[in-house]
Design a protein around this ligand. Structure first.
Ligand SMILES: NC(=O)c1ccc[n+]([C@@H]2O[C@H](COP(=O)([O-])OP(=O)(O)OC[C@H]3O[C@@H](n4cnc5c(N)ncnc54)[C@H](O)[C@@H]3O)[C@@H](O)[C@H]2O)c1
Ligand SMILES: [Zn+2]
Ligand SMILES: [Zn+2]
Length: 375
């Protein structure tokens, strides 16, 4: 079908909203009419080239939810009319990782940045007649997507889809970074560095898991205020400002867990996190930056002597099929805030403004809404 999408044609260029062709679902695929797409920082990494791609054009977007409009042969999990959240990592359920409880690193994620559909290794999207790489094999910067059934998770019809969209990446990633990967325990002191669409949910997760101190660090005052409203007990502009008060509040023990969710995470940020984590503590790296960055700063002696732990985290260590419906249930119960995460909504045509606002620190999350004018 002909529709439109926000396309990148090269590094450091703006998103170009133009006509694209989205193919019909083949066996094992579904087509989804999206209600909304979040503006995650990971798409900004595509634009700046920090995340390299093998070719252009690229169709952005990986945080979406909508209604199934077509199903290909053999699809049994979902039917036309079902409401679904798109998981930014597919979960096939049968590979080694999925079958050992680690579906956030499902083997079907191998082609996430090459754009070749899981079903048949061809491109499902074309722009100006050329095969386009849909971000995370989704491409939610388009009102319609055709994706593998491994990438969709059915959700309850009464959940507002524009809120549910955020659970396809930022919410699950942040919450899971605190609850699962950091393994926050009651009474822990937890620090979250970088309060965007991901970090704000690490704050919510840490508070829900019973952390005694939840410290938010972000240079932007609006982010710090937002964190204090959604579960943080303290907020500081920098690691340096946080160190003294954190030491006092923990009788010198410092934090059990520090989670890095900085928009463009760099190797030296790990040393900053280490300055706040105590003996036996854990640093979780969720934020991303330049794919080529191999220069991590860490005090090795302290790392060994204090038996610290440095842990990467993708999709918050979560299992999309179990955790996306569970997080939406928490939302219904009032235990997870989603409405408050959407600072500003945009039309697809205004996507460059949306990312400018993100860079300017104005949004917890900006969200593109789709309606009849787009379909
Ligand atoms: N690992 C995963 O599964 C996963 C999933 C989604 C996003 N990400 C990554 O997580 C990061 C955060 O994404 P987001 O969408 O929340 O970004 P965002 O732009 O919404 O938020 C980033 C925040 O970091 C703050 N910041 C910048 N420099 C800082 C510093 N030195 N100290 C403290 N705070 C600082 C900014 O003010 C901003 O509030 C990105 O790198 C993104 O690519 C990872
Ligand atoms: Zn994301
Ligand atoms: Zn799998």
């Amino acid at each position: 079908m002909k529709t439109k999408g926000a396309i990148l044609w090269g590094v450091d260029q703006d998103w170009s909203v133009e006509e694209i062709e989205v193919g019909d679902p083949v066996a094992g695929e579904v087509q989804v009419r999206l209600a909304a797409s979040g503006l995650c920082h990971s798409d900004e990494h595509l634009r700046t080239g920090d995340t390299p791609v093998p070719s252009y054009p690229v169709l952005g977007g990986h945080e979406g939810a909508g209604v199934v409009t077509k199903v290909g042969a053999g699809v049994t999990d979902v039917a036309e009319g079902d409401h679904v959240v798109l998981a930014f990592i597919p979960a096939c359920g049968t590979c080694l990782m999925c079958s050992t409880g680690r579906s956030n690193i499902c083997d079907k994620g191998a082609n996430l940045l090459t754009g070749q559909a899981i079903s048949d290794n061809t491109f499902r999207v074309t722009a100006r007649g050329q095969g386009a790489i849909p971000m995370c094999l989704l491409g939610t910067f388009s009102p319609y997507v055709t994706v593998n059934e491994a990438s969709v998770v059915k959700v309850e019809n009464q959940i507002p889809l524009e809120k549910a969209a955020l659970v396809g990446c930022g919410v699950t990633t942040g919450w899971g970074s605190a609850v699962k990967v950091a393994d926050t325990r009651p009474g822990d002191a937890v620090v979250v560095i970088g309060i965007g669409g991901v970090g704000i949910n690490a704050i919510q997760g840490a508070a829900a898991a019973g952390a005694g101190l939840v410290v938010a660090i972000d240079p932007v005052a609006f982010k710090r205020d937002s964190a204090l409203k959604l579960g943080a007990t303290h907020a500081f502009a920098t690691v340096e400002e946080a160190a003294g008060p954190l030491g006092e509040a923990t009788y010198g023990r410092m934090a059990e867990k520090v989670i890095i969710t900085i928009g463009r995470t760099e190797g030296h940020h790990v040393l900053g996190a280490q300055a706040l984590v105590g003996k036996g503590g854990r640093i979780v790296v969720t934020g991303m930056g330049d794919f080529a960055d191999i220069d991590v700063k860490l005090n090795l002696a302290m790392f060994t002597l204090l038996q610290q732990d440095l842990q990467g985290a993708i999709f918050g260590g979560s299992n999309p099929r179990a955790d996306i419906p569970r997080l939406l249930k928490l939302y219904e119960m009032g235990l997870l805030k989603l409405d408050e995460l959407i600072t500003q909504t945009y039309r697809l045509e205004d996507i460059n403004q949306g990312y400018a606002d993100m860079r300017d620190g104005k949004n917890l999350r900006g969200v593109i809404l789709y309606d009849d004018a787009d379909y």
